[in-house]
Design a protein around this ligand. Structure first.
Ligand SMILES: [Fe+2]
Ligand SMILES: [Fe+2]
Length: 276
């Protein structure tokens, strides 16, 4: 799979290989208005606007993690094979850990952060912030297409935070990214098996195709509005690497190739969209 992060970036000047090949964390802001200045390491030192945005981003992040646990849960003992059930249980454990990690970042924001955490823990199915996380997984193809398309957007969002200007957030990325990679590879494999093996596995090509049309538009919506001023500010603050539109375009290029290799077809990017 092509790495969406092939754009030239400033050299990580503070990075050095220590004895035994360990990589020292990057201490400086790598892009945006404050490139070269030391990263923010505590919630207290963040400028007010940036603080507000980080809190908002972490609330959405944690909300998606907890929501996907609710979506996957019914398939723990309904997935077609034992291996699939084991991977479902692993995905649920990973998403719980990601939610915890986002909440730990929120905890650093004191009472305000804790209020959000308390609220997040009360959210039921259908009450989440993004549409993709309010749709139940009625069929096994929903699990395949969701992990293939929606988790893949999650990877783009996490990559956008990699080595960002808020140290605690930047350091949470590597493990989350490696776990998400398993989820989206699993999703593609579920769809591939449906197309190739049909009812001998579960479902068939038509069901897989319908799931692509159901989830791809919701995945594209997750990148947010194209003319978002917030996404531009996030880049200027060294928090995110790409605008919503840039990230969405890269994603479309990647999944276009992937879906063709599965023997399936993508609808046009404008199809069934709610966030433009
Ligand atoms: Fe996750
Ligand atoms: Fe995931």
């Amino acid at each position: 799979m092509p790495d969406p992060d092939d754009r030239p970036r400033p050299a990580p000047t503070a990075r050095s290989l220590k004895d035994g090949g360990t990589v020292e964390p990057v201490r400086e802001i790598l892009w945006g208005e404050n490139a070269g200045v030391r990263k923010y390491e505590t919630a207290e030192e963040l400028p007010a606007d940036m603080r507000r945005l980080i809190v908002k981003l972490m609330v959405v992040q944690a909300d998606t993690e907890f929501a996907s646990i609710q979506q996957h849960r019914p398939w723990l003992d309904r997935a077609p094979t034992l291996e699939d059930r084991w991977i479902e249980s692993r995905i649920i454990a990973d998403e719980a850990r990601h939610g915890l990690q986002a909440c730990r970042i929120l905890r650093d924001f004191g009472e305000e952060g804790q209020r959000y955490i308390d609220e997040l823990l009360t959210k039921r199915e259908g009450e989440h912030k993004l549409d993709a996380f309010n749709l139940p997984f009625d069929r096994w193809s929903d699990v395949g297409a969701f992990t293939c398309f929606v988790d893949r957007v999650g990877v783009y969002q996490l990559r956008a935070f990699q080595e960002c200007s808020y140290g605690p957030l930047a350091r949470a990325m590597p493990l989350m990214l490696s776990e998400e990679q398993l989820h989206l590879n699993f999703g593609a494999s579920v769809l591939r098996r449906m197309v190739q093996d049909g009812p001998r596995y579960l479902g068939d090509r038509d069901e897989a195709q319908a799931s692509v049309r159901k989830w791809y538009p919701r995945a594209l919506d997750m990148f947010g509005h194209s003319q978002s001023e917030t996404s531009r500010r996030a880049i200027a603050w060294g928090l995110k690497r790409w605008t919503n539109e840039e990230a969405r375009d890269r994603y479309i290029a990647e999944v276009t190739k992937l879906v063709a290799s599965l023997g399936l077809e993508l609808p046009p990017p404008e199809f069934d969209r709610r966030v433009l």
